[in-house]
Design a protein around this ligand. Sequence first.
Ligand SMILES: NC(=O)c1ccc[n+]([C@@H]2O[C@H](COP(=O)([O-])OP(=O)(O)OC[C@H]3O[C@@H](n4cnc5c(N)ncnc54)[C@H](OP(=O)(O)O)[C@@H]3O)[C@@H](O)[C@H]2O)c1
Length: 330
Amino acid sequence: MTFNALMVEKDEDGKTSASVQKITEDKLPEGDVTVAVEYSTVNYKDGLCIGPGGGLVRNYPHIPGIDMAGVVESSSDSRYNAGDKVVLTGWRYGEMHWGGYSQKTRVNADWLVTLPEGITTQQAMAVGTAGFTAMLSVMALEEHGLNPDQGPVLVTGAAGGVGSVATAILANLGYEVAGVTGRPETTDYLTSLGATQIVAREEINETVKRPLEAETWAGCVDAVGGDMLARVLGQMKYGASVAAVGLAGGAGLPATVIPFLLRGVNLLGIDSVMRPYENRLAAWKRVATDLPMAKLDQMIVPATLSDLPKLGGDILKGQIQGRVVVDVNK
Ligand SMILES: NC(=O)c1ccc[n+]([C@@H]2O[C@H](COP(=O)([O-])OP(=O)(O)OC[C@H]3O[C@@H](n4cnc5c(N)ncnc54)[C@H](OP(=O)(O)O)[C@@H]3O)[C@@H](O)[C@H]2O)c1
């Protein structure tokens, strides 16, 4: 029996090309659980892996897709049985290991999480690594004392994947959310997710001029990094925390240490890839309760395997709004 997958091949000149191909099950890598994939999504890393690889993919031919949700077909691990609904993000799946842009996948049981009640496989992929990381960020801010009475929370890269989900979760929890975007046309979308203030990217994207500005934000989920993160650090309220998630605007951090020393600001690193199982389960359970599914459904941009070569390019250019959900069976 064959099934479809998006296969990336590399030619003798080192050029890569991606196309939907028919694969047989014996070609799948070793692993203890075989899953019938239902949905996947598109992240920045997927854009790299669908294209030239960005150093993430070591072996070709390769099936990208760093996330998947589906139904267990067979398992040699006692934690999983045929019919279980599961989700996988992280662990370098779709980079080092064949990923979710495939109707079937075989994986290590330790990488899986059983989907909590109240969330479908389609919704799980509307969440994906981006939304899961947004949830981890909100949980980290709460662990450092954030509550809705403290004032507005800033979300940078607000119209992107991490930003959209962070905005919807925070607004649902009663926070006042300010979204930073470089795309004014996304204002209605961000407002519908619960943002009450829109900050234009250019207002906050300049290099730090003064190490401290007015104390404005009670917390921040930052998907952008670079100059924007440096600037935001100087605008945080006394003792407030910033969850550093991404580098859409750059990996550098041209900041001073003054906000840490004089305002006790905390910079919290958020990694979603190597998170231990208990953390993952806790975050997926919080997603099921704290993210309004009607708002999540509103973020969905539907796609199929054959749309992926174009979408991979779009995400690298920062042109995707919301959450792409790839139906691998269409
Ligand atoms: N730490 C982790 O485990 C983890 C997990 C997932 C993702 N990430 C990282 O988090 C970041 C966001 O991921 P995502 O999936 O949300 O990506 P995305 O959907 O592409 O969103 C990124 C957003 O950042 C803004 N942006 C893009 N280029 C920018 C620039 N040059 N300057 C300022 N803002 C810019 C855009 O938002 P606007 O259009 O609204 O301005 C864009 O939509 C990426 O760097 C990704 O690699 C990290």
